[in-house]
Design a protein around this ligand. Structure first.
Ligand code: NAD
Length: 336
């Protein structure tokens, strides 16, 4: 079995490749504009890697799609600050370029496993668990640019589903709910205030002495350990009995539903256990800031997101790692 992963050098891609090379006999072809985090896999005879831009390397991508069995188009913009500062790029990459790849999969009869997002559920408030087949997808107004990511992902979910219906495309959509772990963005992203939650908070404790909580950090999310997420992806890849075909899977941990403030407090608590982090963790301050001052007027928020995970549990998966354990393992990785 040969898999072709675009955006392979990112957070999910690198963790998945590690698992595939260690625990399967799949051949992996990796593609990313930045392959620095993939260097550790070179030398493995089942791994090949190509550095290139999805916008321009169309013929290379076509050749890889042709010789692969499964395609995982993970290239994307996944940091909220970019949805606001680069909305067109977000649309062009997350929608247009990925659609190009999806169309190739349809043309050459390849299976595609596509990363949707929990963001497609839009302005949820946690009053009911978000369900792949039943929940409405409700977005904010157009002048709130944050939603361009969600809207692009929702549209490609719908287009992929339509390709399945009309052209017989073999597909699975998965929706990560705030996957966290080592390698979630870089400290450089955090330096520019662009990283996703856990990385940003760790950086702010270590280098700024204060953590800015947008709107007081009352927003709640269901945080999911990357290793749990990858185990779910492996079940989707294996696709026993074709049970993952033409389906959407939320992949999240409803037991890890915490506010950003609570997440911050857990990170600070755990940092105190590491001698190298203790002093900074003991003196850090939590500061409430407005969304407008942190992001821009284009920001809007989701109060709470809790996934229904019945679909993915039907494949034999359940999440195992608590938020505190996930934070501790992430800190250990940074510490090393
Ligand atoms: N991590 C999560 O919790 C999460 C949640 C919801 C959805 N997703 C989706 O899963 C996918 C992967 O997410 P991730 O967390 O690994 O993101 P990531 O940002 O860590 O990885 C994306 C990768 O795409 C690459 N890329 C960007 N532009 C490119 C281009 N022009 N050509 C080639 N490669 C390019 C980047 O270099 C990066 O390595 C994305 O589509 C994201 O929207 C992730």
């Amino acid at each position: 079995m040969r898999v072709f992963i675009l955006g392979a050098g990112g957070f999910i891609g690198t963790h998945l490749i590690e698992k595939l090379l260690n625990d399967s006999d799949y051949e992996v072809s990796a593609f990313d504009i930045n392959t620095s985090r993939l260097e550790k896999f070179t030398g493995n005879p089942r791994f090949t890697c190509y550095t290139g831009d999805i916008f321009t390397e169309t013929e290379y991508i076509r050749e890889q799609v042709k010789i692969s069995d499964i395609v995982l188009p993970f290239a994307g913009v996944a940091m909220p600050s970019y949805y606001l500062s680069h909305p067109l790029w977000t649309f062009e990459l997350d929608f247009e370029q990925n659609l190009k790849v999806v169309r190739m999969c349809s043309e050459y009869g390849k299976r595609v496993i596509f990363p949707s997002t929990s963001e497609v559920y839009g302005m949820s408030d946690g009053s009911s668990d978000l369900d792949e087949e039943e929940s409405p997808l409700v977005l904010g107004p157009v002048n709130k640019m944050r939603w361009i990511y969600s809207c692009s992902k929702q549209m490609i979910d719908r287009v992929i589903t339509a390709y399945g219906q009309e052209k017989g495309l073999q597909y699975t959509l998965f929706r990560p709910f705030n996957w966290i772990g080592p390698g979630l963005d870089t400290m450089n992203d955090a330096k520019e205030h662009r990283a996703r939650s856990v990385t940003q908070i760790i950086y702010d404790v270590l280098h700024r002495g204060e953590v800015k909580l947008v709107g007081g950090g009352e927003q709640r999310r269901s945080f999911t350990w990357i290793g749990d997420g990858i185990d779910a992806l492996m079940l989707i890849l294996k696709n026993e009995g074709g049970h993952a075909d033409s389906r959407i899977f939320n992949i999240g941990n409803p037991n890890n539903n915490y506010s950003i403030r609570e997440l911050t407090e857990i990170i600070i608590d755990e940092m105190k256990k590491f001698p190298a982090f203790r002093q900074k963790a003991e003196s850090v301050k939590l500061v409430t800031v407005t969304p407008e001052s942190y992001y821009s007027n284009g920001y809007d928020d989701t109060k709470n997101r809790v996934p229904s995970i019945n679909n993915i549990m039907s494949l034999g998966w359940h999440p195992t790692i608590t938020l505190r354990e996930a934070v501790n393992m992430t800190l250990r990785a940074y510490h090393e």
